[in-house]
Design a protein around this ligand. Sequence first.
Ligand SMILES: Nc1ncnc2c1ncn2[C@@H]1O[C@H](COP(=O)(O)OP(=O)(O)OP(=O)(O)O)[C@@H](O)[C@H]1O
Length: 919
Amino acid sequence: MVGHIGPPNLPIRPPEYLSSRSKGTADCRNKLKSNLKEKFQCVFEGVAKAGNPTLLNQIYTEIYITEGESGEVNNEHEVRQIETASRKQNQPETMITLVDIFKPSPGREEPIRTVMTKGVAGIGKTVLTQKFTLDWAENKANKDIHFTFPFTFRELNVLKEQKYSLVELIHHFFTETKEDGICRFEDFKVVFIFDGLDECRLPLDFRNNEILTDVAKCTSVDVLLTNLMRGKLLPSAQLWITTRPAASSQIPPECVDRVTEIRGFNDPQKEEYIRKRFKDEEQASTITSHIKKSRSLYIMCHIPVFCWITATVLEDVLKTREPGELPKTLTEMYIHFLVVQSKVKNIKYDGGAETDPHWNKNNIDMILSLGKLAFEQLQKGNLIFYESDLEESEIDIKAASVCSGVFTQIFKEERGLYQEKVFCFIHLSIQEFLAALHVHLTFITSGVNLLSEEEQTQSWLSQVSVDKSTSFYQSAVDKALESPNGHLDLFLRFLLGLSVETNQKHLKFLLTKTGHGSQIKKKTVQYIKMKISDNLSLEKSINLFHCLNELNDSSLAEVIQECLRSRPLNTDELSHAHCSALVFMLLSPEKDLDVFDLQKYSVSEQTFLRLLPVVKASNKALYDLSTVFISQPSTLRELDLSNNNLQDSGMKTLSAGLRSPNCTLETLRLSGCLVKEEGCLSLASALSYNPSHLRMLDLSYNQPSESGVEQLCAGLDDPCWKLDSLKVDYGGLQRLKPDIKKYVCELEVDTNTLSRNLTLSADKRTVTYMEEDLPYPDHLNRFKSLQALCTNTLTGRCYWEVECTGKVNVSVAYRRKNNRGVIDLEFGDCDQSWSLRRCRHGGYKVCHNGVGTYISHSCSSERVAVYLDHPGGTLSFYIVDDGTLVHLRTFKTTFTEPLYAGFAFQNRYYSSSVSLCSL
Ligand SMILES: Nc1ncnc2c1ncn2[C@@H]1O[C@H](COP(=O)(O)OP(=O)(O)OP(=O)(O)O)[C@@H](O)[C@H]1O
């Protein structure tokens, strides 16, 4: 925001004045309210007018609005960790509620005259302005406003050629005011809403339009609007303008006092929306849990119109099918989304009617060129694009970013001299979807396989044979499997989804049917199953299961379901592929993996290895491993059961297997398994029976006791034993706590690092911000910025909890120095530190290397937990909500030096403090 034009101090009278001055005015206001109530009580869900009318108050769900611009689109993604460095967040987020949209933020004195709210297509801008108006009309909010006048640019466009005074324009749209002869609005508190600046066809010529101050003077609508926005005309009024991001620059920044951004639904709001849509609780929870099964679907539901599409499609499916049969229709939902956006584009920008066919040449051309851009840039790994990239793809930038509904301009701060416009798809998954559509269409229309490196010649549809199609899909599977970071995983799911005929029918103007659908599907399914049987990584095979879902093939999962019914599962029934299917099912989000009992599933070694990820994902695994080793000669050489709540009982069971001569394990990792003396002794005894294989034993982070360790150490010296590496470090009583709490460490604040405005309590556990400088001696390690580090050198696994008041960043950092002392970079601002803090208006923010990521969370506990696994390269932040750990974010990296716990205080925020918790 630059400059400020606030309403001058004109004497705005309270509403009572109105009634006492003129009964006519009060009557007029009531009539206006009642007409607005009628107009806005219903919302046409999804697509204006063509959607279903629903009561706004029944469906309206609080939405996430922030002050300022984040400069990015939602970057949560199912498969990929999205690099956010290029989309820098430059300010902490402040949440705004609808009633406070004009309320100055704390610390700001000037009133707010003009608010501009930005948001991508379907994020809820129109619904928000409707709710604001309805709440006023129903006397629920903003009672101090005398008149609310909601306009849309679409309605104003029609008056482009006509002349009005401001008063006449109001009379034209709000006839109650004309009937009651209201001609002066300066005495009243008036709010004008202008929804959909992106649809504006008026020139909005701020530079050349004449200045106008007289509300009774006739002129063009364009001159009226520019003068209203400049604050020349009716300066006492307040204005609220909504727009898609790329169109916002039509209004000079100095005319806008506040910019807000609609970010969509956060996770609890998504669920609340579904609950409101379906009065039947059971149906609501079936639909919510179904959406949650597909992570991509769940993420995309942050866009309300997408949430509506998903709920509508699933509701329809539920009418005809049992809940268990609900398809995981990721591709279908994205197709519907594209169709809805094309419909909206038709109505809004191409002058079409609600009932017109949504696919016209314009729309098709735009989708085709966006698809080409999406694919070419996906291959290069690009998620944001510059104007030059778009020119290469011959895309009309303005049309694509404003009208398409799938592509947007984002705000990016450039450090250099010049600012370039930056664009991206409204979500990376939309880029992956359009890329798949492009590859699919290219193949269908020209026979060219864009995924193949071989020279391609064009061939016509009739020549796209079953064999050619089969090898097209197989090459896509291979290509996705080759990618080390899974960058084509979601793309592959969409590509296969697009081959399904029921999906193609929604895109019939774009897609010609592939023909031979069932034959191709059969062969593709077979190929995918064959790949699943290979020794793929778990992530890769899980993606292939998603692909089978997109192809509506559930044969592998059905076999497993069948097997599970005949418990315990017979090992002979489980092929490698079935085993992966079992893992896929067990790891799906809605499965409660608190306790996993392997004994119920299988005892074969192969199966066991395949199930290890499940064992590790569960809080407690129960199993009878002995049979794996006892029943047959085993080829298993390495077994990692670390971080399992194995305990002594599990250890004894495992030992029964280890003592078998069939067991030829060479490496056994049991770090952090809650093993005590008894378990350790049984392990030592098992090894004394079968000493000639095991070379490496990791029992760190347990409490094996002195006698247990003695026995194992004796084995190290025994020439019959092969054991040559034994880890029993970090033992002790605290290691018997469940989960990561066993890694608790006692931190101690390093007083030499305390900045002069931080004081340490007498018990040395609480650091508090002080306004005055404290007379600490000079020290090379002392921070100038409001920070402190602890003395503990963290190199293993460590866990700690702190309680924060006010604005404190809980941090972990390397201790970097040069010859002038400690390097005074703010924690989280550089690549040498990581930090977490609670945001003032709810939620949390994690920062690393100058990039902040907001994590919305309804709970706002002040207790933060940190878990560092230095050798494993993970750093996790949690909040402790009523004793339960709630995971917020895990950073994965290779730590190159010891780390230190630290705290940073922000902005000299009064009475901030942080206390180390005793656990
Ligand atoms: N707060 C909300 N509560 C419930 N549903 C909502 C909400 N906001 C939006 N929706 C749903 O999303 C649909 C699209 O919202 P809306 O028309 O307000 O989006 P928009 O941001 O104005 O999009 P566009 O830029 O395309 O005009 C609505 O028709 C409604 O179904």
